[in-house]
Design a protein around this ligand. Structure first.
Ligand code: IMP
Ligand code: MG
Length: 178
């Protein structure tokens, strides 16, 4: 699997250091409050697992599944909610967590869905951000790393369902797509 990689962009050490910083910032922001942390399946599970272990505020966890790329590297423009939240959202402080903010269409869709249910607040935290690719004005409140416009895998991110278990983030050799 490692042979399929062109370059490692983020090492395990860089990732873990950055997540501990994010944990402190998020703890400080929500001090004295409980949050409903909503993780976007499947890509955000690895990031979420590490992020929540760096949070001290009380939290409950829920999941939402949005239609994905399939086996292509191009995003769909109109993501669909495939399975929605089981929790009561009204009056709660919701923190959306995703692996990567690319076009922004997924996060915008989920943000709208949550807002419609009358939360006390909705904020978002993404592991990676590709600002060059944005198709709307969505901005994450917290982001782990800003990266260039390249397709990446590892740390939860997949290509055709593979590579999610890599503990670091890297780019693939072009031969993998061909
Ligand atoms: P957006 O709707 O275009 O912002 O896309 C967000 C979703 O696309 C993420 O949750 C990822 O699942 C997927 N995605 C975007 N860029 C990449 C990438 O470089 N590698 C793997 N998945 C990606
Ligand atoms: Mg995803």
């Amino acid at each position: 699997m490692k042979n399929d990689l062109k370059q490692i962009l983020l090492t395990e050490e860089q990732i873990s250091l950055r997540i501990s910083e994010l944990g402190l910032e998020i703890d400080r922001h929500y001090e004295g409050k409980e949050i409903l942390l909503v993780t976007l399946l499947d890509g955000a599970i690895v990031f979420t697992a590490d992020l929540i272990r760096n949070l001290s505020i009380p939290l409950r966890l829920d999941c939402i599944r949005v239609s994905s790329y399939g086996d292509s590297t191009d995003p769909e423009t109109a993501p669909r909610i495939l399975s929605s939240l089981k929790s009561e959202v009204g009056g709660r402080h919701v923190l959306l967590v995703d692996d990567i903010l690319d076009t922004g269409n997924t996060m915008k869709r989920v943000h709208d869905e949550v807002l419609a249910r009358d939360p006390a607040s909705v904020q978002s935290c993404v592991f990676l951000d590709k600002p060059e690719r944005r198709q709307n004005d969505f901005k994450a409140d917290w982001s782990g790393f800003s990266i260039p416009d390249e397709f990446v895998v590892g740390y939860g991110l997949d290509y055709a369902g593979q590579y999610r278990q890599l503990p670091f983030v890297g780019t693939l050799k072009p031969s993998v797509y061909e």
